[in-house]
Design a protein around this ligand. Structure first.
Ligand SMILES: Cc1cc2nc3c(=O)[nH]c(=O)nc-3n(C[C@H](O)[C@H](O)[C@H](O)COP(=O)(O)OP(=O)(O)OC[C@H]3O[C@@H](n4cnc5c(N)ncnc54)[C@H](O)[C@@H]3O)c2cc1C
Length: 382
């Protein structure tokens, strides 16, 4: 169905991004998957075509765009091409909103020009070996010492953690007996700070070109000027940005499922079995018809959510519904599209196999499907 969201400016930007992915990413993807990361220089190239600075105010050299639609286009085109920008999507769509919302003027002056030209890329470090879904249970601490904070702890599963120059770290700065969500704060750790080390680039099932790291903080002396937002207030800051983070995962999930449908539709028209095309079996037609219908429903949900995000009305429960529906749909659709490829679908040289392994994590990161259901049921008064 026709999408009503986009103008000629969006379409022109989409063309630019599509060409960039075709020229700079697709031919290199297999090498980057073997390396476990995209090269750091990729982010200066994306900066040159304006991706990095889209939402940064013009005063710092950025595009000054408040709408999320241009970001959504980058996510969509990446998914349609079964490609990867490494940790860039997390930097742009999950971490940058904290800087936009909570950085003071001095911090903006220090970091925003680097974000625009691609010399600075950030990650967000919430998850720890001992806790993920239960964020209030984190063990990383920061203790005030004069003009600094002393940070200690370990984080894991951090997207972009190998390539990042700045890491936004969630740490406990106080224990508040009545409310364990109080007393968490956000610190910006710079990669060259003493005591900060990167652990393993983790060997994942999928998303092979995206670095996912362990990060270690051993008495890291973080100057107080690197505190982001109000001390003790991190939980509500993190909650504030959840709708955009979850919509990002949903948009990627939809786009990769759409790519799977295209791949399968093309494949079944070529492949002959028992003297006829796989496309000629009624089962094939019905399976692909179901996939197309699921995709249409998911697209409608996403487009409503994109409008709601831009108008500031996308709440946490609605974003959870969108993430839950689109990521569960993604797994169903990609699985069926792989099945139609037969054994070739299981071979890594066929992009459907990459879509399959990459999809599995969508139901886990950014909050698991079970956590989404918890949030949605709470909104029902349960
Ligand atoms: C590839 C990848 C990239 C990631 N990137 C980042 C990143 O950049 N930054 C970052 O901070 N984190 C990141 N994460 C971590 C991710 O957000 C967590 O893995 C996720 O939140 C789940 O936490 P957990 O792994 O500790 O699972 P757990 O919280 O231990 O969950 C285990 C199981 O228990 C279930 N469960 C938990 N709570 C409930 C409940 N209340 N009711 C019912 N069931 C429940 C879960 O759904 C799950 O099935 C990433 C993870 C992966 C795999």
């Amino acid at each position: 169905m026709h999408r009503e969201l986009f103008t000629a400016d969006h379409d022109a930007f989409r063309d630019t991004v599509r060409q960039f992915i075709g020229k700079e990413i697709v031919p290199n993807l297999t090498d980057w998957e073997s390396a476990g990361r995209v090269p750091r220089e990729l982010f200066t190239k994306t900066a040159e075509i304006g991706i990095n600075g889209l939402q940064i105010p013009e005063a710092y050299g950025g595009g000054g765009i408040t709408s999320f639609l241009f970001n959504a286009i980058v996510i969509e085109e990446t998914g349609y091409a079964a490609a990867s920008f490494g940790g860039l999507q997390v930097h742009l769509n999950t971490v940058m909103p904290y800087f936009f919302e909570y950085a003071n003027d001095e911090q903006k002056d220090r970091w925003f020009p680097g974000f625009v030209d691609g010399s600075l890329i950030s990650s967000i470090a919430m998850t720890e070996p001992g806790t993920g879904s239960d964020l209030a249970g984190i063990a990383t601490t920061a203790v005030r010492d004069g003009d600094d904070w002393i940070l200690n702890g370990a984080k894991t599963f951090i997207t972009g953690g190998i390539n990042a120059d700045l890491i936004v770290v969630v740490a406990r700065t106080a224990r508040v007996a009545e409310n364990r969500r109080d007393g968490l704060s956000l610190f910006v750790v710079e990669a060259d700070m003493d005591g900060f080390t990167r652990g393993r680039n983790l060997d994942k099932l999928g998303l092979k070109a995206q670095d996912t790291a362990e990060l270690l903080f051993d008495n890291v002396r973080v100057p107080a000027r690197n505190l982001l937002g109000r001390e003790g207030n991190a939980f509500s800051m993190l909650t504030h940005n959840l709708p955009q983070e979850r919509l990002t995962v949903a948009v990627a999930a939809h786009a990769t499922a759409a790519a799977a449908l295209t791949l399968a539709t093309d494949y079944v028209k070529d492949r002959k079995v028992f003297g006829q095309r796989v496309a000629d079996f009624q089962n094939t037609k019905f399976v692909l018809a179901e996939c197309a219908t699921e995709l249409e429903a998911s697209q409608a949900l996403i487009d409503r959510a994109l409008v709601a995000l831009d108008t500031g009305t996308l709440n946490v429960a609605d974003a959870a519904k969108v993430k839950l529906f689109c990521t569960e749909m993604q797994s169903r659709v990609i699985d069926r599209c792989l099945q139609l490829h037969g054994g070739y679908g299981y071979m890594r040289e066929y992009p459907i196999s990459r879509l399959y392994v990459d999809a599995r994590v969508s139901r886990i990161f950014g909050g698991t499907s079970e956590v989404m259901k918890t949030i949605i049921s709470r909104s029902l008064g349960l």
